[in-house]
Design a protein around this ligand. Structure first.
Ligand SMILES: Cc1ncc(COP(=O)(O)O)c(C=O)c1O
Length: 464
C-alpha cells in the first residue's frame, strides 16, 4: 500500500470547471501534453489522487485517462501508473545547430578531474553530519556560513597554511568567484575604483571584478611572481594575487616581494586578496605559507575545496580582517543568496575528522606523479622546458621563440585535445615568450596518458 501511495501522490496543476468536468479535464490534459508542458515520460497522479485533489470522482479521472490513452497521448500499465506517452516525431527544431561536443581530451589549466571526487566519503560525512546536527542547524543560516564549518576552517587554514584565522573572521562562499564578487563590491563601496591583477590570470576573475565595480589593472609577472614594485604607480584600492603558485605562470612570490607587498598595503591603506587556490599542492617539500600571516589586518586569505574535493561542491572560504567581516555579511544578505547548510556540515565533518587531510594527500600524490610524467614526456622536445616549481595542477611548457601558441592549440584540437597557450590567460599584449599551459589535473585517469601524448605530438609538429 505504501508504495502505491508514494508513487501516486504526485502534484499536477490542471484547472477544471463548469458542469462538464470530464470534458474540461480531458481538454486541459490534452492541451498540456500537446503544448509540451507535460513532456513525454511525465508521470501523472493516480486517478484516486487527482480525483481527490480536484474534488471529482475517481472514475471520471480514470475515464479521461482511458480516452487519452486510446488516442495515444497517455500510456497506462495496470498496477504501475500512467505516463505521458513517448511518440516518435521529428527532431526538435535547431537540433542540427547544436554546438560541437567538447574535445575528448583535456589539458586545460586550473581544472581538476571531477571523477576523483570521493563520493563514498562525502556521502558518509553528509549522513553523519545531518544525523547528528541539532535542529537549529537547519534554521535560517548565519550569513558567514555554518558555525561548525567556520570553526573547522579556522583550525585547518591555521594548521595547514599558516593563516592567522579565527572562526569569526571566516566567511564561506559559493566558490571563489562568489567571494571575489563580494569583496569587490565591499571595496567599491569604500570608494575604490580599480583593483590590480596579475597580468596573467583567469579572464573570468577579471570580468567578475569589472562586473562588481572595480576596473582590473594588470601588473607584470616574472619568475619571482607579480612585480609588486609596479603597484607603487597605480591608483588602486586592492590587489588580487596568487602568491603561492602564480596562475598560470607557476611563479612563487619571492620573500622580498611578499614583504614589499605588505608594506605597500599598509602604506596605501589597501587590501591584498590572496588567492590560495592550490596552496596545498606542493610536491618538493618547500611549501610556502600564506602571506596573510604577515598582515592579517591587510590581507584577505581565500581558499577553495575545488581542487581537494571537486568544483561541483561550489565551496570556498575567506579569512578576512575583522573590520571587513560586517561589510561582507551586509552584502551577503543583500545578495539574496543563501547557503546550503548540509554540505557545509559535511565539509566540517571531513575536516575535523582529518579525512579532508587524507583527501588532500591523495590528490597531492596523484598530481605529483602526473607532474613528473609531464616532465618525462616533454624531456625529448628540443628547446622546450617546464617552468615553475613542482606544484599545483598545471605547469607552463616553455616553447622556443617564434613558435605559435595558437598553432599548437589548433594542432592539439585536431587531435581531440583542449590545450591552451599562456597568452590566452593574459590581459594585454604577451609579456613573455610562447608557452603552453599543461593542466595535468583535468583528465580522467585513463585519459591522462593519451592527452599527454597528444600534447607532445602537437608541440613537436610545430617545433622549428
Ligand atoms: C587562479 C584560481 N583561483 C581560484 C580558483 C578557484 O575557484 P573556484 O573556487 O571557483 O573553483 C581557481 C580554480 O580554477 C583558480 O585557477
Amino acid at each position: 500500500m505504501e508504495r502505491t501511495w508514494a508513487i501516486s501522490g504526485i502534484d499536477l496543476h490542471v484547472e477544471v470547471g463548469g458542469t462538464r468536468v470530464a470534458r474540461s479535464l480531458e481538454r486541459e490534459l490534452r492541451a498540456a501534453v500537446t503544448g509540451g508542458r507535460l513532456p513525454a515520460g511525465t508521470r501523472l497522479p493516480s486517478s484516486r489522487t487527482l480525483g481527490a485533489d480536484l474534488g471529482i470522482a475517481r472514475n471520471t479521472v480514470a475515464e479521461v485517462y482511458g480516452r487519452l490513452a486510446a488516442e495515444g497521448w497517455l500510456e497506462s500499465r495496470v498496477g504501475a501508473g500512467t505516463w505521458v506517452a513517448r511518440r516518435p516525431g521529428p527532431p526538435p527544431a535547431g537540433a542540427d545547430a547544436e554546438p560541437p561536443p567538447p574535445p575528448a581530451l583535456d589539458l586545460r589549466g586550473g581544472i581538476p578531474d571531477p571523477s576523483a571526487f570521493p563520493r563514498g566519503e562525502w556521502a558518509a560525512a553528509l549522513r553523519r553530519a545531518v544525523e547528528s546536527a541539532p535542529a537549529d542547524a537547519f534554521d535560517y543560516p548565519d550569513p558567514r556560513g555554518a558555525a561548525p564549518l567556520r570553526e573547522a576552517l579556522a583550525g585547518y587554514t591555521a594548521r595547514a597554511r599558516g593563516v592567522r584565522a579565527r572562526a569569526e573572521n571566516v566567511v564561506v562562499g559559493h566558490g571563489f568567484g562568489d567571494l571575489l564578487a563580494l569583496l569587490c563590491r565591499a571595496l567599491a563601496r569604500r570608494g575604490a575604483r580599480r583593483i590590480a591583477v596579475e597580468a596573467y590570470g583567469h579572464g573570468r576573475h577579471r570580468r567578475i571584478a569589472a562586473a562588481h565595480g572595480l576596473e582590473p589593472v594588470p601588473v607584470p609577472v616574472d619568475a619571482d611572481g607579480a612585480d609588486v614594485a609596479a603597484l607603487e604607480g597605480l591608483d588602486v584600492g586592492a590587489v588580487l594575487l596568487t602568491p603561492a603558485h602564480q596562475f598560470p605562470t607557476g611563479a612563487v612570490l619571492s620573500p622580498e616581494r611578499r614583504r614589499a607587498l605588505v608594506r605597500w598595503a599598509q602604506r596605501r591603506d589597501a587590501l591584498v586578496l590572496e588567492d590560495d587556490y592550490d596552496g596545498e599542492f606542493r610536491y618538493d617539500r618547500r611549501a610556502v605559507g600564506a602571506v596573510q600571516a604577515l598582515a592579517p589586518d591587510r590581507v584577505v586569505y581565500l581558499g577553495t575545496a575545488s581542487k581537494s574535493l571537486a568544483p561541483g561542491l561550489g565551496t570556498a572560504w575567506a579569512v578576512a580582517p575583522a573590520g571587513l567581516v560586517p561589510e561582507l555579511v551586509g552584502l551577503r544578505e543583500l545578495s539574496g543568496a543563501g547557503h546550503h547548510v548540509p554540505g557545509q556540515l559535511a565539509l566540517a565533518d571531513l575536516i575535523t575528522s582529518h579525512r579532508y587531510d587524507l583527501a588532500v594527500r591523495r590528490a597531492r600524490a596523484v598530481h605529483r606523479d602526473r607532474r613528473r610524467a609531464v616532465a618525462a614526456a616533454v624531456a625529448g622536445l628540443p628547446g622546450c622546458s617546464l617552468s615553475g616549481p613542482e606544484a599545483g595542477l598545471h605547469c607552463p611548457l616553455e616553447l622556443p621563440a617564434g613558435v605559435s601558441e595558437a598553432a599548437v592549440s589548433a594542432e592539439a584540437a585536431r587531435r581531440g585535445l583542449a590545450l591552451e597557450g599562456l597568452a590566452s590567460f593574459g590581459s594585454g599584449a604577451p609579456e613573455r615568450g610562447p608557452a603552453m599551459v599543461i593542466g595535468y589535473g583535468a583528465p580522467r585517469p585513463h585519459l591522462f596518458a593519451p592527452a599527454l601524448a597528444a600534447a607532445v605530438a602537437a608541440v613537436a609538429a610545430h617545433l622549428p
